[in-house]
Design a protein around this ligand. Structure first.
Ligand code: MG
Length: 275
């Protein structure tokens, strides 16, 4: 009987620790910044400052290269009637965002990032219509990251494999590059020398085994965009490294509740094991 209770207690401790470790290592990335709050808007300077103010691990942005070679921060390909890739910079610049900011240049954005050293920048370079434009964009982005001294806390994310490999050539080591498109297994990503997969909720729900496979390959897993509590819990339990969400405040709260409930369980298990 004593032996039986020893095994039950040990397995409870192990499974509880595994879950606690999983929750402890999941990091919060604010999708397009923390925009879902007062005086903020997607991809604005305010959204990065606000992500930092609530303690997000990282804050994501989207970057386009305009036809006249300006790097700007915005998500939509076609925004308020202007195509980011083909409209001249001055026209794009005239757009006002919901919190009153103008669409930021990447240069302005990185100056803001520099003010918040505890938050990581997750920079998505949008896919462009031709590879040569992607190569120009990747090179210009890299120059600016160097100029602002934020390379050591920036992760690059891309849908385009061409862009991924271009960044890999620019930064053979030292900068993490994640692939977003969801069509390559962790083994293939590892073979390409990339740092991880950054796949959608849908893709990773279809391939939950890719999380463990990625970790076995020594690469990381980010999931986007987990906005419901159900999805957040699912991916915390699955052990992903990062969750990208439009509700970073809710995810931070959930992770702390998760951790304290696991701590309580651990204490109970330890008490039982002492008896
Ligand atoms: Mg994005």
């Amino acid at each position: 009987m004593k032996l039986f209770s020893f095994f039950v207690t040990s397995s409870l401790i192990i499974s509880s620790l595994t879950l606690q470790e999983a929750s402890a290592k999941t990091k919060v990335v604010a999708h397009r910044g923390f925009w879902n709050t007062e005086n903020s808007a997607q991809n604005t300077l305010a959204s990065f400052a606000k992500a930092d103010s609530i303690g997000c691990f990282g804050s994501e942005i989207d970057v386009w290269l305009t036809t006249d070679d300006h790097l700007i921060v915005n998500h939509d390909k076609n925004f308020q009637g202007l195509f980011m890739e083909t409209a001249p910079f001055e026209q794009i610049r005239s757009i006002s965002l919901p919190n009153g900011e103008k669409i930021p240049t990447l240069d302005e954005y990185l100056a803001e990032v520099r003010k918040h050293p505890s938050t990581r920048l997750v920079l998505e370079m949008k896919s462009l219509t031709d590879y040569s434009r992607e190569d120009v964009a990747a090179s210009k982005i890299s120059e600016l990251l160097r100029k602002h001294g934020v390379l050591d806390r920036t992760d690059i994310i891309v849908f385009s494999l061409n862009a991924a490999m271009t960044f890999k050539k620019i930064f053979p080591t030292g900068v993490k590059i994640f692939y977003l498109d969801g069509d390559l297994s962790p083994k293939k990503i590892k073979k390409l020398g990339l740092s991880g997969i950054d796949y959608s909720v849908k893709v990773l729900k279809n391939h939950p085994e890719w999380v463990e496979q990625a970790h076995k390959q020594g690469i990381e897993v980010n999931v986007w965009t987990a906005n419901t509590e159900e999805d957040m819990k699912y991916f915390i339990d699955l052990g992903v490294d990062y969750i990208t969400t439009d509700h970073p405040d809710q995810l931070i709260k959930l992770l702390s509740e998760y951790k304290s409930s696991k701590d309580k369980k651990d204490k109970k298990v330890k008490k039982v094991s002492k008896k």
